[in-house]
Design a protein around this ligand. Structure first.
Ligand code: NAD
Length: 346
């Protein structure tokens, strides 16, 4: 564990197994320096336990940075459940997960991430109060995806302003990878702003639905990397900027909601050299956690959420400006600010 390449002085890495329900979960707590560690729960059919652990370590680390950049009083953590979200869910599984979260006594607060929906979290709530993203109860904020998507749309405009000299998206072509909870809403905002969309997903139903509502052109999951577009917006999974894809991008900017888009941080510098402006993922996609934070505070206010998302976009603009001015990769600038904010100055 302590030699793991994704280990970054995590405060705690907790493994849970429940034989009766089949739960296999990891909760990784990266930092509680700013408050209780908050971050969604992902359900994914990992190939190996090692892949699952790496995801938990990387995602929780990303949450520390994300919450710090959003300037909210939360630390960073993440939960991963090993299983197929379409076939392996059961109420008992989520109750067992709820008991796991409860055992951490509030050090970790969970919510939805890939593969998990509000109904799952309602079951988790039966066993623990340390859960957000609910649609019932005090200050319930529901699915955070629409707010995440709103932030990404605004962030795409901030990025466009620097890459093209204008944030007007009318007539711009944007390639969107993943049209799920976040990507679907992002597409709607972009279409309303007059952008031409090229979309991909592995879910044909979601693709057809988004295409019919936005007029988007559909391409295969592999073709999206070669799309002749102005901006690439990744809203599916991580590690999509890698040795194989780097040379294929024909865009001037990458801005989207997926977590951990760079397979390794060094990709930031390679993107910069290719003249591609990268909006650091954990900055642009902080809208959802801001929404969750409002719920955790006990007094949900949409005005507060909107104002906080606006401030986050100013932070994103500041990161992009600073990077352009100093010829640094954008992720280095963001990492530096985030680490300062969580008291890690090494
Ligand atoms: P989701 O499961 O609703 O959507 C993901 C979509 O990606 C699905 O439609 C899926 O079919 C598609 N997909 C999976 N593999 C693909 C592939 N190889 N090529 C193309 N499409 C593929 O999840 P979501 O909530 O929309 O989250 C999307 C991303 O945004 C994730 O990386 C998540 O961690 C991140 N994120 C989500 C939120 C949120 O509020 N939901 C907040 C911050 C970050």
């Amino acid at each position: 564990m302590f030699d793991h390449s994704s280990f970054d002085a995590h405060e705690g890495v907790h493994m849970f197994h429940d034989a009766a329900s089949g739960l296999r979960a990891i909760v990784a707590i990266h930092s509680t320096a700013r408050g209780p560690a908050a971050g969604g729960c992902r359900m994914w059919n990992y190939d190996t336990g090692e892949a699952m652990l790496r995801d938990a370590l990387r995602l929780s680390h990303g949450m520390s940075y994300k919450n710090a950049m959003a300037d909210i009083p939360l630390g960073g953590g993440k939960a991963v459940i090993w299983g197929n979200a379409k076939t392996d869910k059961s109420p008992d599984l989520f109750r067992a997960f709820g008991r796991a979260v409860e055992s951490l006594q509030g050090k970790y607060i969970t919510a939805e991430d890939v593969g998990i929906d509000v109904a799952d979290m309602q079951i988790v709530r039966e066993e623990t109060a340390h859960v957000a993203g609910l649609d019932q109860g005090i200050a319930a904020s529901g699915d955070p995806s629409p707010i995440t998507a709103m932030g990404i749309y605004l962030g795409i405009r901030e990025t466009a302003k620097r890459a093209f000299g204008t944030d007007d998206l009318n007539g711009r072509t944007i390639a969107v990878q993943g049209v799920g909870s976040v990507g679907g809403h992002v597409c709607e905002h972009l279409a309303k702003a007059g952008a031409n969309l090229i979309i991909t997903d592995i879910d044909q139903v979601a693709l057809a639905d988004v295409s019919s509502r936005t007029g988007a052109r559909i391409v295969t999951p592999d073709e999206i990397y070669d799309a002749e577009a102005d901006i690439f917006s990744p809203n599916a999974l991580g590690a999509i900027v890698n040795e194989q894809t780097l040379e294929r991008f024909r865009v001037k900017a990458i801005a989207g909601g997926a977590n951990n888009q760079l397979i390794v941080p060094e990709m930031g510098e390679l993107l910069r050299r290719r003249g591609i402006l990268y909006a650091p993922d954990y900055v642009i996609n902080g809208g959802g956690i801001i929404n969750v934070c409002a719920e955790i505070s006990g007094t949900y206010s949409r005005e507060w959420v909107d104002a906080k998302v606006q401030t986050l976009m100013e932070t994103l603009g500041g990161v992009l400006d600073a990077a352009l001015e100093t010829n640094e990769p954008t992720n280095h600038v963001a990492d530096r600010i985030a680490r300062q904010r969580i008291g890690r100055t090494d």
